[in-house]
Write a protein that binds this ligand. Structure first.
Ligand SMILES: *Cc1c(COP(=O)(O)O)cnc(C)c1O
Length: 473
């Protein structure tokens, strides 16, 4: 593999296992122009037009580049309403990958969640997971049920370098099943654990989880959005898996579950789409009967035939060892370089993103000055990089009296789109983060000027705290 060398050899630079056939220009603005852009956007990066961003690391969802084979597959797309050939190619790809008999296409991952929980979850029930992704949680709560997060202790510690920080706390799960078993319709596991930093779930944990669920008669569902990145991290880190292919490891993961929800915008290497895959034919029939109302006929599920073909091809390419090797090597490269420069970065490197610990990066700011938001704004001002705050702006909680409580961590996520940026872009990102780190003492906090009632990070407006004080005096 391109990026694995014996320890004795002088390492080659990391290279992308592809060449470029089509280019998408990006624009460099001056610092003064970037300041004006932020001004207009109320200092909220979600309000910044994409054309004013140089390197866009806001999300890895749907932002990847398709291969020439995927573009060719688009032309093969069969747009028949019912039983299109694209559907059978899609169904075949999902079955080959997962071994799950029934593949139901959906327009995104959240639609697969909506259909699954709509068929299985009732008001007042309890759905445990290692950590529910926010759309998963929202879909469970929308059913009037409770989404219960049971991550392992290491998963909550940003300084821990435990190899499987995505594992579920099985002692806590067993306790929940003993105490509330009758209220638990199913168990979920998210691999990699997106909310927990893209950290992998070990096969050992998944196997023990599967046995526990079987003992208690509960079906187990995998949130499989990043199944290939999870498989790759297990190959690198888990005892006995080094010689297995990513495809074999992924198959071993799917064999332990009763079904999966999937966003093809992540490890489907597509720009839109998702699916629900199930072992239970009766459950699949119930879902198919309901989905016509919201998603479309069961052989297209809200997607065009060409989307289904792009996903079918993406599910094959995403498990290519050279691709996974390069993807992880380039993310780890950024994490290692930043750590070596003294930048507080979450370890070990996860599957899809680099996380900066903004509380340690900007220790002069209290959580009320939103250090994650302040740091994300600095990265944009310094170098046109768009990252995402994952801290008290996005995840603040409220106490019984309605007062705001801080999030558990103040992080900034640099999510890396798949096959989109090159190694020189990664070097540029490292240099920009280092420059902000070198002048970190002068970075001011922010306050919220205006905010929507729900999901405030998308719409809020911010003002600089200290800049305002100096302007007033
Ligand atoms: C993105 C994501 C989802 C939801 O998928 P969408 O396609 O955005 O609806 C669910 N779970 C995880 C872990 C995700 O990362």
């Amino acid at each position: 593999m391109l990026n694995q060398h014996p320890a004795t050899a002088r390492p080659l630079p990391i290279i992308e296992p592809f060449r470029i056939k089509c280019v998408d220009p990006i624009r460099v603005l001056s610092r003064a122009e970037r300041e004006r852009v932020l001004e207009r956007a109320g200092s909220n990066l979600f309000r910044v037009p994409a054309r004013d961003v140089l390197i866009d690391l806001l999300t890895d969802s749907g932002t990847g580049a398709m291969s020439s084979e995927q573009w060719a597959a688009l032309m093969r797309g069969d747009e028949s309403y019912a039983g299109a050939q694209s559907y059978y190619r899609f169904q075949h790809a999902v079955h080959e990958l997962t071994g799950l008999e029934h593949a139901i296409p959906t327009h995104q991952g959240r639609a697969a969640e909506f259909l699954l929980f709509g068929a299985c979850v009732q008001r007042g029930q309890l759905v445990p997971s290692n950590t529910h992704f926010d759309t998963t949680r929202a879909n469970i709560e929308d059913r009037g049920a409770i989404a219960l997060d049971l991550p392992c202790a290491e998963g909550l510690d940003t300084a821990s370098s435990h190899p499987f920080k995505g594992d579920m706390d099985l002692v806590a799960l067993e306790r929940a099943l003993v105490e509330h078993g009758a209220r638990v319709p199913l168990v979920m596991i998210t691999a990699t654990n997106n909310a927990g930093g893209g950290q992998p779930v070990s096969l050992a944990n998944l196997r023990a989880l599967s046995q526990l669920c079987r003992r208690h008669g509960k079906p187990l569902f995998l949130d499989a959005c990043r199944f290939a990145e999870n498989a790759w991290l297990l190959k690198l880190r888990e005892e006995g898996l080094a010689a297995r292919t990513p495809r074999e490891i992924a198959r071993a993961m799917f064999e332990l579950v009763d079904g999966c929800t999937m966003s093809a915008k992540k490890d489907g290497l597509a720009n839109i789409g998702g699916f629900l895959a199930l072992r239970d034919g009766a459950l699949a029939e119930r879902v198919r009967a309901r989905m016509v109302v919201t998603e479309g006929f069961p052989t297209y599920g809200g997607l065009s035939g060409r989307d289904l073909d792009a996903i079918a091809q993406g599910l094959v390419e995403v498990l290519e060892p050279d691709y996974l090797d390069y993807r992880h090597a380039s993310i780890r490269y950024v994490v290692d370089r930043l750590a070596a420069a003294g930048v507080p970065v979450v370890q070990p490197a996860g599957g899809h993103a680099i996380f900066l610990d903004a509380a340690r990066f900007l220790p002069q700011l209290g959580w009320r000055e939103y250090p994650g938001q302040a740091l994300a704004l600095e990265l944009y001002l310094e170098g046109g990089i768009r990252a995402c705050e994952v801290g008290s702006v996005m995840l603040a909680r409220r106490d019984a009296a309605g007062a705001e409580l801080p999030a558990r961590h103040e992080l900034v996520r640099l999510a890396v789109p798949r096959r989109t940026y090159t190694q020189s872009h990664m070097d540029y990102v490292i240099e920009i983060v280092r420059r902000v780190h070198e002048r970190r003492g002068s970075v001011a906090g922010v306050r919220i000027v205006e905010q929507p009632a729900v999901l405030r990070h998308f719409g809020a407006r911010f003002a600089r705290v200290r800049a305002e004080i100096s302007a007033a005096t």
